[in-house]
Design a protein around this ligand. Structure first.
Ligand SMILES: [Zn+2]
Ligand SMILES: [Zn+2]
Length: 348
């Protein structure tokens, strides 16, 4: 890949004590935000102008194969790449920078342009999780990769207008800050108490019970006591695993069940395709000791009500602390009481 004039580096923010990834060559990435579909409108099973549909040409000129289950390819407009300049220009003054390198991939969940993770057949959804397992292992085993961030942005409210269900992977030479914080908290808690922090969170949630939305034998879904967004659901295996690849086949089945229950409840909430940011929180792959880390998925849905966004404003952006306008116990009850079959399946 050729990098023209763009910036591709990390700059240290000395006040927030975190890195800012500068990936300033991406303004003209064409494959996202091109098609305009209103949230909730029905997409066809195939779209001739979709960069993700089987057999279609992408902006790189490559053609997608006629894939039949999940399909993974290297992002044509990555935010990080192994070809990033090894020594970005030195800043003037006290500032620090370093190269932002890595591998960015796209994971198409299925060949069908309109089949979301919520509506997939459970076996097909388990294939998505098996793909996450393979990608985490393959990318995480590379020396130059210190962290594998797998996530899905879904819906126009979070800036995605291509409805073809897909997630992304940023495998990077740095550990994203939220994960670094969680890993540190888990490690320190374990040092101090000899216990696993996430276990104690699960135990507190189970003992209270009001915020649990669903559980089966090995997986659980709940809005945590400390939830920041109205519908901030965590989905986790009950047993500790540092990453998704560590789940047994049986745990994958249970985890998929819990995940799809939540996704279906989200869609049923307002009878619309529910937008969210869904990151997998997994242990870094930088060689550190992460036995105290407990893999989980977090949903960060931007909507409080249909068409009403939770705006991050003064307190959140200006001050750095969340003001939550809703109570987790009430929101969890709301989700728990929703019917299970997907609302669209009734009409089928
Ligand atoms: Zn498509
Ligand atoms: Zn987390």
């Amino acid at each position: 890949m050729q990098i023209q004039n763009g910036r591709w580096e990390q700059r240290w923010h000395p006040l927030r004590e975190e890195w800012v990834v500068v990936s300033a060559h991406r303004q003209d990435r064409p494959w996202i935000g091109e098609t305009v579909v209103t949230e909730g409108t029905e997409a066809p099973i195939y779209a001739a102008d979709c960069y993700l549909c089987p057999g279609n040409e992408r902006s790189s000129g490559e053609r997608n194969p006629h894939y039949s289950s999940t399909f993974v390819f290297n992002n044509d407009h990555p935010c990080v790449a192994l070809e990033a300049p090894k020594s970005p220009p030195s800043p003037i003054g006290i500032y620090q920078c370093r190269p932002a390198t890595g591998i960015a991939r796209v994971v198409c969940y299925s060949p069908l342009h309109n089949l979301t993770l919520a509506e997939m057949d459970p076996k097909a959804a388990e294939d998505v999780i098996a793909t996450w397992q393979r990608e985490y292992t393959e990318l995480g085993n590379r020396d130059e990769i210190h962290h594998v961030l797998i996530f899905e942005n879904k819906g126009e409210s979070v800036g995605v207008s291509n409805p073809h269900p897909h997630g992304q992977i940023y495998a990077t030479n740095f550990v994203f800050k939220t994960i670094a914080n969680e890993a540190r908290a888990c490690h320190q808690y374990h040092q101090k108490t000899g216990r696993m922090l996430f276990h104690d969170i699960l135990e507190s949630e189970i003992n209270d019970g009001r915020r649990i939305i669903y559980e089966n034998e090995t997986a659980i879904a709940f809005i945590p006591y400390f939830g920041r967004y109205a519908y901030e659901v965590f989905v986790a295996p009950k047993k500790s695993h540092p990453d998704v690849s560590d789940l047994s086949d049986n745990e994958v089945v249970d985890f998929t069940d819990a995940l799809q229950r939540i996704l279906i409840k989200f869609d049923n909430l307002w009878q619309m395709s529910f937008p969210y940011v869904m990151p997998l929180h997994q242990a870094p792959t930088d060689g550190g000791d992460y036995r105290s880390f407990h893999f989980h998925i977090e949903f960060h849905p931007p909507l409080r009500k249909p068409n009403l966004l939770k705006y991050l404003a003064g307190p959140e952006i200006g001050g750095g602390n969340f003001l939550s306008d809703t109570v987790p116990e009430e929101k969890a009850a709301e989700l728990r009481e929703l019917p299970y079959p997907h609302y669209k399946s009734k009409s089928k």
